[in-house]
Ligand binder design. Structure first.
Ligand code: TTP
Ligand code: MG
Ligand code: MG
Length: 386
């Protein structure tokens, strides 16, 4: 018998708000929401104090990205209109979003976690899965070590769930927020998972939840008790059988450590500097070859891209880039060559060239593009019913 895996899901607590509180520690303990515009940034007054924007002064259509736990206690939360929030908590502080700061702290916490558990799957700005199966150490001690490393690197708290798979880990990281550490084995499913609302399963969205409720199923336990064939009749074969397995805490998906590339590029530095007119045919040949190489890379990675760009370095080492965006994503060498040729028309070509590069960006995976034209439930992997 193989031992169960140890899969952790880690999610940062009130992430954007917690990053902002590093900057404004004097706001700790207060209801604060993130979602304002730059005009809502705190003002430093001549007497050294700060003046903060309050929800009651906000006029506009912006939404709250997140709220501190003190603000959540007043009913505020993600995706709520800021003006609606103002009715519930007029004195709550409003701060503008600063994505660069959140991306910075996102990188820091992921590096800290990966230094202890290198098998990491990136699930977005504030969450990751980690495979702890082969990391030495007792599970609770290991999870605490990861939390401590995240705090040391960022000053921020997170919540971790460790269970035999991703599905259960995702549920568990949320059970004891903020600053939670929740361990759960298969034997705990009836007592700790089954009483939870069906909605807590990642993959049961609002529509599926509504349909389940109409069928009399509110909890994961009620879903687990439902006849699997009946579920397939109601929801289709793929999603129906997935619902049954999910309710029983079955999930064999591995940790996916590679992430899709953002762009693919090839460049070459010439042996001797070339001139656009005098060495025209040689340059053209190199240009075409680069496009073919990029197209091959795209095919190998199973991605398509919309933005085609070029990079030129002149004999004085100055470098310029140009790009254009196509109406449809491509991995076709001739299409890339034509688009790159258009870019080339928009650059000065008096000086000799040292380097030429071709880049394709705004990548999308082939599978995503193809499944977008399919019916719900037809996709492989995690079935979706939305
Ligand atoms: P979440 O992890 O869902 O929420 P959170 O980190 O703010 O709070 P929790 O302690 O419950 O995990 O989302 C991470 C960040 O993503 C969040 O800080 C802000 C952003 N976000 C939005 O911009 N819009 C949304 O609707 C949600 C849910 C999150
Ligand atoms: Mg979070
Ligand atoms: Mg999250």
């Amino acid at each position: 018998m193989t031992l169960p895996r140890r899969i952790a899901h880690l999610d940062m607590d009130a992430f954007y708000a917690s990053v902002e509180l590093l900057r404004y520690p004097q706001l700790r303990g207060q209801p604060v929401v993130i979602g304002g515009r730059s005009v809502d940034a705190p003002k430093h007054l001549p007497d050294g104090s700060w003046r903060y924007a309050r929800l009651r002064d906000y006029v506009g259509r912006g939404v709250i990205t997140t709220a501190t736990y003190e603000a959540r206690a007043l009913g505020l939360g993600s995706a709520m209109g800021i003006m609606k929030g103002a009715k519930l908590a007029p004195d709550a502080v409003l701060l503008p979003v600063d994505f660069d700061a959140y991306r910075h702290y996102s990188r820091l916490f992921k590096a800290a976690a990966a230094s202890i558990a290198p098998l990491m799957e990136d699930r977005g700005i504030d969450e990751i899965y980690l495979d702890l199966t082969d990391v030495p150490g007792e599970t609770r001690e290991l999870a605490q070590r990861i939390k401590d490393a995240v705090r040391a690197a960022t000053g921020l708290s997170c919540s971790i769930g460790v269970t035999p798979n991703k599905l259960l880990a995702k549920i568990c990281s949320d059970l004891d927020k903020p600053d939670g550490l929740t361990l759960l084995g298969r034997e705990d499913i009836p007592t700790r998972i089954w009483p939870l609302p069906a909605r807590k399963i990642n993959g049961i969205g609002p529509k599926a939840d509504e349909k389940l409720a109409a069928l009399g199923i509110k909890t994961i336990g009620e879903l687990a008790a439902a006849d699997p064939l009946w579920l397939q009749e109601q929801f289709g074969r793929s999603y129906g059988s997935w619902l049954h397995e999910a309710a029983h805490g079955i999930d064999e998906r591995p940790i996916v450590t590679h992430s899709e590339p953002k762009s693919v590029s090839r460049e070459t530095t010439f042996e001797h500097d070339l001139h656009a007119r005098q060495d025209r045919s040689q340059l053209s040949e190199i240009f075409t070859r680069l496009c073919v190489r990029v197209a091959e890379d795209l095919m190998r990675k199973e991605v398509l891209g919309k933005t085609i760009g070029i990079k030129l370095r002149y004999d004085d080492f100055s470098t310029i880039t140009r790009d254009i965006t196509l109406p449809e994503a491509t991995a076709d060498a001739a299409t890339i060559r034509r688009a790159a040729g258009e870019c080339l028309k928009r650059v000065p070509l008096q000086r000799r060239l040292r380097l030429l590069g071709v880049r394709v960006g705004h990548l999308e995976s082939r599978a995503d593009i193809e499944s977008a034209s399919m019916q719900p439930g037809e996709q492989g992997g995690l079935p979706l019913f939305e």
